[in-house]
Ligand binder design. Structure first.
Ligand code: ARG
Length: 231
């Protein structure tokens, strides 16, 4: 066809729920998606010769979108679970995480997960935090579309606690949340994040694992880690 038609780079459509700093969020100034997962996916894309495009959607919409072929990959701080692994392929773990509790700074009654019995808890819909909160005896769990809405509800006094991923809770507190909130207790359970691909697309799953290995070997993974989590 057209003689000026440059070979367009292949596009990798990456689904994410993009209000989850420091993993995936919109830069306030540039409006670009940024974060640890976004940088990691861009580096993987570069390795594999893909241009990465972020498709933003609700966390609970990600797996259905992958199954329907609307996206190629999920990179959304998604915890590898047996339940999810029935529907998607997960890459090797790329980040160690876990759940923690955030309460108001002046709360002196909630000190651990045990103390959440009978309490009002805010979580993000479809997350492991939501799942774990629902197991707590007599807890009144309210599910929000984003973690930031859950923190807002805590601030407003509508709930007693937020249960969410530790690195995201820590980032929220470090970015100003610590003025009126704090984190208490230990990590509830160790979790690991994986990059998800469709069950039938094993070729892409293999390529992503190879790219992850390469990025760990060549120091690129460490660079991205330091950028978002180094002091
Ligand atoms: N790690 C938790 C999970 O897999 C929460 C992830 C939420 N991610 C997001 N981008 N909102 O359930």
């Amino acid at each position: 066809q057209g003689q000026n038609q440059a070979a367009a780079p292949k596009v990798l459509k990456v689904g994410a729920e993009t209000t989850f700093p420091p993993f995936e969020f919109q830069d306030e100034k540039t409006k670009e998606y940024t974060g640890f997962d976004v940088d990691l996916m861009k580096a993987i894309g570069k390795q594999l010769g893909y241009e990465v495009q972020i498709a933003s959607m609700g966390f609970d919409a990600l797996i259905p979108a992958l199954e329907a072929g609307q996206i190629d990959v999920i990179a959304s701080a998604m915890t590898i679970t047996d339940e999810r692994a029935k529907k998607v392929n997960f890459s090797k773990p790329y980040y160690k995480s876990g759940l923690t509790i955030v309460v108001k700074a002046d709360n002196n009654t909630i000190k651990s997960f045990k103390d959440l019995e009978g309490k009002r808890i805010a979580v993000q819909i479809g997350t492991t935090g939501a799942e774990e909160a629902k197991k707590i005896k007599d807890a009144k769990v309210r599910e929000f579309n984003s973690a930031s809405e859950a923190y807002m509800e805590l601030k407003a006094g509508g709930v007693d606690a937020v249960v969410n991923d530790k690195p995201v809770n820590d980032y929220y507190l470090a970015q100003g949340g610590a003025k009126d909130a704090k984190t208490v207790g230990d990590i509830l359970q160790a979790e690991e994040y994986g990059i998800a691909t469709a069950k039938k697309n094993t070729e892409l799953a293999n390529k992503i694992n190879q790219a992850l290995d390469e990025l760990k070997k060549n120091g690129e993974y460490d660079k991205i880690y330091q950028k978002w989590f180094g002091q």
